[in-house]
Design a protein around this ligand. Structure first.
Ligand SMILES: [Zn+2]
Length: 256
């Protein structure tokens, strides 16, 4: 007869039981596990366990358990950024220790998606835009994207504005091209103020898509920014401007 394993009474984190091994004290590279940080129940059967680790550099970071066990994560991120920075300094540049421009693009992309103190975070990481795992490594990003990049002319553009930063969804676009696709680079001047579409949306209390749609349909900037959304004036204006478009339906090209 097989001996029954002694039952371990679970620890509870946020009401979720954890019966796994205590990893406290475990070292992985620069990290030492301090305590169980968080358990996320990502599905009824799947739990994601995070351990709080202290990095040799002094920072603490919560690490996904399997990344600790398989050695994938070995520092708070300081090791990787040290290596990347070292590897991608341009040589013969005007300034000693200047980063190559593509590296700056990569770093900004990561920051927009990962650092909630980044001013643009709310439009990226904050609304679920991720950087694919491959591109967390600068070398991979460089390999995939260095072709077609022209410093100061092209910018990194996501084809689907709600999609992630990943090879299949990214291309280099000129500022003009990008303005057509995304809202963040569309700048509108109104009554002496110049704001991007998103900020205008916040200012007048509507979604930036609404302003963008109005402009696409031929409204003037003044009309797009002053006529309240959903108002009778707005409805009448819409009917006047484009009588074919009724309640968001596209006009039938065959009928027209
Ligand atoms: Zn560190």
């Amino acid at each position: 007869m097989r001996k029954k394993k002694p039952k371990v009474s679970p620890r509870f984190i946020n009401g979720i039981p954890f019966r796994g091994k205590d990893l406290t004290g475990l070292r992985s590279g620069r990290l030492v596990v301090e305590t169980l940080a968080e358990i996320r129940q990502s599905s009824p059967v799947l739990k994601k366990v995070y351990w709080r680790c202290r990095c040799d550099c002094g920072k603490t970071v919560d690490v996904f358990m399997s990344n600790l066990k398989n050695g994938h994560t070995q520092s708070c991120g300081c090791y990787k950024s040290e290596q990347t920075a070292k590897a991608h300094l341009t040589h013969g540049g005007s300034r000693v220790g200047k980063w190559e421009p593509l590296f700056v693009v990569w770093r900004q992309m990561i920051s927009r998606c990962k650092n909630d103190w980044n001013v643009s975070y709310k439009y990226y990481g904050g609304r679920g835009i991720r950087v694919c795992d491959r591109w967390l490594e600068y070398a991979a990003f460089r390999e995939d994207m260095q072709h077609g990049y022209i410093q100061g002319v092209t910018s990194l553009d996501r084809i689907n504005n709600d999609g992630n930063y990943e090879p299949s969804n990214c291309r280099w676009a000129t500022v003009k091209e990008q303005a057509r696709n995304t809202r963040k680079n569309v700048w509108l001047e109104h009554k002496g103020e110049r704001l991007c579409l998103t900020d205008w949306g916040i200012r007048i209390g509507c979604k930036p898509q609404v302003i963008s749609l109005r402009l696409k349909r031929g409204w003037t900037v003044d009309e797009a920014l002053t006529i309240p959304v959903g108002s009778v004036v707005g409805k009448l204006h819409r009917l006047k401007k484009h009588p074919n478009v009724y309640q968001g339906k596209k006009p039938n090209p065959i009928a027209a």
